[in-house]
Design a protein around this ligand. Structure first.
Ligand SMILES: [Zn+2]
Ligand SMILES: [Zn+2]
Length: 98
């Protein structure tokens, strides 16, 4: 894998990463992006799978969503492994997909 940058917040990726389906797998989406777990969680907190499929299946659309834009501004100053320092030992085994 080349660039280890989270496309949502544009920070370097830390030890733990998660794959996000731009179109949810429920809707047969195949394309994934690799995000910080905290960034991934935010997407699914703010948007339903239906909304992801209909309107938010690109990174540009996600970043333009007001709640996510606010989150990105807030997270921009944090360390890449912010709030995940206790999880590093199981880092690579713990790639979750959804
Ligand atoms: Zn991120
Ligand atoms: Zn996801």
């Amino acid at each position: 894998m080349a660039a280890r940058i989270c496309p949502l917040c544009a920070r370097s990726l830390g030890a733990r990463v998660e794959e996000h389906h731009l179109v949810p797998r429920t809707y047969k989406g195949r394309e994934t992006v690799v995000l910080h777990p905290i960034c991934h969680r935010k997407i699914h907190t703010v948007l339903t799978e239906r909304e992801l499929k209909d309107d938010f299946h690109t990174i540009a659309a996600l970043r333009a969503q007001p709640d996510i834009a606010t989150f990105v501004r807030w997270i921009a100053a944090k360390h890449p492994d912010f709030h995940e320092s206790t999880a590093t030992s199981r880092a690579l085994k713990d790639r979750r997909r959804r």
